[in-house]
Design a protein around this ligand. Structure first.
Ligand SMILES: [Zn+2]
Length: 204
């Protein structure tokens, strides 16, 4: 913990002054261009892997980058989506899965989660992801996890579309949805090609 507090002191003393103009502007404006929905995994840092500045990304991070569908009751994820899309008017939403995802590994391997009731309940938002993978090619081990990571991005994009704010912005052509998968070990990423439904190397 001391390291984290010391890091903040370094930020405040050394980093903040070098970007003082940006932070002064951000003190009174909040105009992110994209909503990034990623995993809580400590190794997947949205601003780092997209090289974005403070203020550019509105970020939601959940275990397994899961997006509960609309209508689940009071839900912080739904509120954040609605605010980003309807109030902040982001133009893009990225749902980003990643290699070696603990949530997807647990699902792919059928881990016993009886001691983790909150995790088990949350992972039901990936039931459709798992169903997609189970219906596909028979895979095992890391290949099965990799397939599930991709199927999960597809399933969460589908969940995202159930949110009225997203559905409305899509009809109005004010919003574009993107599916990404980030590879921790190589620093590379794939994106969903909407035409083919396949993941291809990420290009801008
Ligand atoms: Zn993860």
């Amino acid at each position: 913990m001391n390291e984290i507090a010391a890091g903040f002191q370094r930020f405040s003393r050394d980093v903040f002054p070098t970007q003082a103009a940006l932070f002064k502007k951000l003190a009174t404006t909040h105009q992110p261009t994209a909503l990034f929905i990623g995993c809580s995994d400590a190794r997947v840092v949205p601003e780092l892997i997209t090289q974005t500045d403070p203020g550019e990304l509105f970020v939601i991070r959940t275990a397994g980058n899961l997006v509960p569908p609309h209508g689940q009751g009071a839900d912080g994820v739904a509120a954040s989506i609605e605010y980003a899309v309807s109030v902040l008017g982001v133009a893009d939403v990225i749902v980003c899965g990643h290699s070696a995802c603990g949530a997807m590994t647990a699902l792919a391997s059928g881990s016993d989660l009886t001691g983790l009731p909150a995790v088990a309940g949350w992972l039901h938002h990936a039931d459709a992801s798992k169903a997609r993978t189970d219906a596909g090619e028979h895979l095992a081990g890391p290949d099965r996890v990799a397939a599930l990571v991709r199927d999960n991005v597809l399933a969460q994009l589908a969940n995202l579309k159930t949110h009225p704010s997203v559905a409305k912005a899509l009809v109005q052509q004010k919003l574009t949805l993107h599916g990404w998968v980030y590879d921790i070990g190589t620093g590379s990423a794939e994106m969903l090609d909407v035409d083919s439904g396949r993941f291809v190397a990420l290009t801008s």
